[in-house]
Design a protein around this ligand. Sequence first.
Ligand code: IMP
Length: 207
Amino acid sequence: MSVRQRIVLASNNPGKIREINALLSDTDIEVVSQAEFDVPGVEETGFSFVENALIKARHAAGYCPYPVIADDSGIALDALDGRPGIYSARYAGAGASDEQNLYKLIDEIRDLPEHRRRARFVCLMVYLQYETDPVPLIAEGVWHGVALTEPRGDNGFGYDPMFYVPEHDRTSAELDPATKNRLSHRGQALRKLIGMLKVKVNKQVLR
Ligand code: IMP
């Protein structure tokens, strides 16, 4: 009987854990929540997605006896010098709701012509084998779209209702979840990271 290798996800979100395990179903890797190890919250003090993902992963690795995966994501507009960026979850202030963040962004872009409302969702996903791992695996996913000033659709969360995907003539809140996962920044980053992980695990098994 093969023993499944456990990896901790530095998140308490059961949806993310399910999604990642579905993508790992043909491997011996199983992802579990950091909630199993009572990992306290950590301040995201970085200035980029990758810094914050590494902060979360390193912090969790200090509490867990297994390797750790963490991600950080958000929406960025070049017309706003990359904002909301790493502040996406707290754009309208600490504790702001998804709706408050979305309308703050809409207010900022309302007068911009469409070509200046190009936006991208970005996700950085990292893997640390242990807390002091000097060679993290780092995978990036980017999803390009256009920021709308009128939100549309009920699926998803966050900025999905204002993120227009031209190839599908829908916002990401109008896409079904499977289509969103196939296209999204998070799906892209996760598939890349899993590819890297399979190579790493195979190398370790062969060593
Ligand atoms: P976190 O990486 O889970 O901390 O998410 C950061 C924030 O970015 C979220 O709270 C959302 O506001 C935004 N965000 C990240 N990914 C998505 C997405 O797929 N759809 C809509 N908003 C997103």
